[in-house]
Ligand binder design. Structure first.
Ligand code: GRF
Length: 223
């Protein structure tokens, strides 16, 4: 098995982003590997995807903790720690995580959301809301999660998607998904390379060391 940053993925649904991340992780040189999937639904398609990639998966059903999200998130936190997870990726996870959980993995939880935040954040119907609002461009956002406002964390990267005249929620969601499948592995790659630098709530993507050096030597060389 390849080495790399140990990633835990939280899921609730189909798992296409998990699939994209596992596929990226299987390519030579990718700096991370998915070591654990936690699903809060027994019927999540993501569980089949984890099995296909040979990734251990744990079902921690939402019903078990219906009235105590603190107990739920402590159990998930402990399970992730048991697997020595360094980076958490929320890939279609349908619950808001407690501040205690978010504080347990500072600047180490990535979340993908199907809109260009801060538009249409904070809910589960961002694609429908974008259509109903009549925006002409929407997309996806990968952000760092931190205690505070849901979907209000620092933005790591965004990819845009044009809304077509004949779009319905399904067709638009599918094109947003396609962008997510590129964005999630890319954000993980940036995180693993230490290129996500925060200035307050603004994320700066540090240049690749080689690129920075090249620019510097150009600037320093005589005309
Ligand atoms: C994605 O659109 C993501 O932005 C949202 O939930 C969806 C999950 O899709 N949070 P999948 O389960 O990865 O296919």
């Amino acid at each position: 098995m390849s080495e790399g940053v140990r990633v835990g993925v939280l899921v609730s649904g189909r798992g296409s982003n998990l699939d994209a991340l596992c596929a990226a992780a299987a390519t030579p040189g990718f700096p991370a590997r998915v070591v654990l999937v936690v699903s809060n639904r027994r019927d999540a398609g993501a569980l089949g995807i984890a099995a296909r990639w040979g990734v251990p998966a744990e079902v921690m059903p939402v019903s078990q903790y219906e009235h105590d999200e603190h107990a739920r998130d402590r159990a998930i936190r402990d399970r992730l720690r048991q697997s020595e997870v360094e980076l958490v990726v929320c890939a279609g996870y349908n619950r808001i995580l407690t501040d205690e959980f978010l504080a347990a993995f500072p600047d180490a939880i990535l979340n993908v959301h199907p809109s260009l935040l801060p538009a249409f954040g904070g809910g589960m119907h961002a694609v429908e809301e974008a259509l109903d609002y009549g925006v002409k461009v929407t997309g996806c956002t990968v952000q760092l999660l931190e205690p505070g406002i849901p979907d209000g964390g620092p933005i790591v990267l965004q990819r845009s998607v044009e809304v077509r005249e004949d779009d319905d929620a399904d067709s638009l969601r599918e094109r947003i998904h396609e962008q997510e499948w590129a964005a999630v592995p890319e954000a993980v790659r940036l995180w693993c390379a230490g290129r996500i630098r925060r200035e307050g709530r603004v994320v700066r993507i540090a240049p690749l060391p080689g690129v920075a050096d090249a620019r510097l030597s150009q600037a320093e060389s005589p005309p």
